[in-house]
Ligand binder design. Structure first.
Ligand code: TYD
Length: 208
């Protein structure tokens, strides 16, 4: 099974991906927890080009190509081998980030994003959990975190609101695969919602 987590910067999806991985491991599953951009040595090198530096360092089109190159490497080196070995793969971001960031918010490139995805990636997660957070709350988390991986965060709060709208639109577009998880409440509240969403999908599969 392939599960992705998505959401705006500071939504808490990274923590939720880790908590779900721990939960599934405790239940006896083999789990590969990975992330994008990155998740393989070459893709991690591309990551640095993408998340550091000035906002105008890349055009949205160049960004799209770099994210897709990183994803292809991640797919070849990490995701496909893990799925073939029978592991559950949990990725902190996947193709929906490109659909929303490069395809909808940074630019109106959705058709190009979809064509490139079909050509070079070709798979979707079985389940995508969008951690749906209020941009104002997410922003305070980011400021507390520090670090230099802030290229996208510096596009500002209006950018984060449009990202949230973009992820919500995807949940309407692909309701079988993409589930919205309310980010309000404690870490454990959100983790329980994540586990409930997964259980629902698994029981639907079992009866299908
Ligand atoms: P990530 O490491 O998930 O950052 P964070 O933990 O702050 O959410 O992702 C880095 C940045 O890259 C993030 O701002 C989202 C952006 N991004 C895209 O614009 N397109 C993509 O396809 C991906 C995977 C990420």
């Amino acid at each position: 099974m392939f599960i992705s987590f998505e959401g705006i910067d500071g939504s808490g999806k990274t923590t939720q991906a880790r908590l779900l991985a721990e939960h599934l491991r405790a239940a006896g599953h083999e789990v590969v927890l990975t992330r994008e951009p990155g998740g393989a040595p070459g893709a991690e090198e591309i990551r640095r080009l993408l998340v550091e530096g000035a906002g105008d360092r890349w055009s949205p089109e160049t960004e799209l190509l770099l994210f897709t190159a990183a994803r292809r490497d991640h797919l070849e080196r990490t995701i496909r081998p893990a799925l073939a070995a029978g592991a559950v793969v949990i990725s902190d971001r996947f193709a929906d980030s490109t659909r929303v960031y490069q395809g909808t918010v940074r630019a109106d490139l959705r058709a190009t994003v979809d064509r490139l995805h079909d050509l070079m990636i070709g798979i979707e997660p079985d389940l995508t959990l969008v951690i749906d957070a209020d941009p104002a709350v997410a922003m305070t988390r980011l400021t507390d975190r520090g670090g230099n991986e802030d290229r996208f965060e510096r596009f500002g709060p209006g950018f984060q609101q449009r990202l949230r709208d973009g992820f919500r639109a995807l949940a309407i577009e692909a309701p079988q695969r993409v589930r919205l998880i309310d980010a309000a409440g404690s870490l454990e509240d959100v983790a329980a919602r994540v586990r409930a969403a997964l259980a629902l999908v698994l029981s639907a599969k079992a009866t299908a």
